[in-house]
Design a binder for this molecule. Structure first.
Ligand SMILES: C[S@@+](CC[C@H](N)C(=O)[O-])C[C@H]1O[C@@H](n2cnc3c(N)ncnc32)[C@H](O)[C@@H]1O
Length: 286
């Protein structure tokens, strides 16, 4: 698989071309480039940092060592957001069938995709923000990251997919400086690995992916602990928080959300049965 990716990269072609031309031989210059790519891969550099690309939610994204390589399991986060939006949309249309139109949505429902305000915290390559901007054409998307280099990559990806006008990028610590009670949904794949788990993390990840994208601090909960109250402040009452977690932090996340002012707390598993997505709704009371 890696060899295939690297040969496609060397020839600047897609898989279809590769299979359609089994007779194709490499020129001396191509051969040298392929050998160089294989040599880098042999030192452990992830294939995606060599090719500069990774697919996420059907979008071809540029990646560099400044950003985490988007993972397929993060697509569960996107799915969870889309499900909430579609559930709220169908509830709203039911309500509209029953009641005269007022133009005002129930205060605790995220209303229809039109006018939704969503922010992706720690956007990295822009993976989640771009997927949601593509899927929800009327939503107002924001994306934050503390790393200016990551934001540069995210902006380049937005431009590549003609989504620049759809996403406002903010360089900030979590949600710092964003207006309170504005957002319908806050989504995030925050760093959630603890320093004590370092040995169990693949060497390739530890060596090549940005440390502040993966590790949160000694326990793994340090960023989430700061994120939850900031999200509470940023959401309007009834708004949703959807974020990626790991099995290691799932119980602590659940108890953190039950001791805060949240409703409808749920933890969803990924295809491997590992806790992967935490969901909670900001309480409307108080
Ligand atoms: C796990 S990566 C997720 C990247 C991308 N959202 C994805 O799912 O592929 C975490 C991201 O959070 C950013 N980050 C870490 N600490 C942050 C903070 N305090 N405020 C904002 N962003 C932060 C990192 O720079 C990194 O891009």
């Amino acid at each position: 698989m890696n060899a295939e990716l690297l040969i496609m990269f060397t020839l600047d072609c897609d898989r279809a071309y590769l299979y359609a031309h089994p007779e194709r031989t490499l020129t001396a210059e191509e051969s040298a480039r392929y050998d160089e790519a294989v040599g880098r891969r042999a030192t452990g550099v992830p294939a995606q940092y060599i090719t500069g690309h990774q697919e996420f939610w059907g979008l071809d994204l540029i990646v560099s060592p400044a950003v985490l390589i988007p993972r397929p399991e993060t697509e569960h986060v996107v799915e969870a957001v889309l499900e909430l939006v579609s559930r709220a949309g169908s509830k709203r249309s039911q309500n509209q069938d029953q009641k005269p139109r007022t133009g005002v949505s129930a205060p605790h429902e995220p209303s229809a995709p039109h006018g939704l305000r969503i922010v992706d915290v720690g956007t990295g390559s822009g993976a989640i923000a771009l997927a949601l901007a593509r899927e929800l054409p009327s939503a107002e998307m924001h994306a934050t990251d503390i790393s200016p280099e990551a934001l540069e990559v995210a902006r380049a990806n937005a431009a590549r997919h003609e989504l620049t006008s759809r996403i406002e990028f903010h360089r900030t610590d979590l949600l710092g400086g964003l207006p309170p009670a504005l957002f319908d949904i806050v989504v995030s794949n925050p760093p959630y690995v603890g320093d004590s788990e370092e040995e169990s993390v693949q060497l390739e990840v530890r060596k090549f992916e940005p440390r502040n994208a993966v590790f949160a601090g000694p326990t793994g909960l340090e960023v989430i602990e700061r994120l939850i109250p900031q999200v509470h402040e940023a959401l309007r009452p009834g708004g949703w928080l959807v974020f990626e977690i790991s099995g290691t932090v799932a119980d602590r996340v659940r108890s953190r959300l039950s001791s805060w002012d949240w409703d409808d707390v749920a933890i969803r598993n990924d295809l491997q049965g590992i806790a992967r997505v935490a969901i909670a709704r900001k309480a409307t009371r108080g």
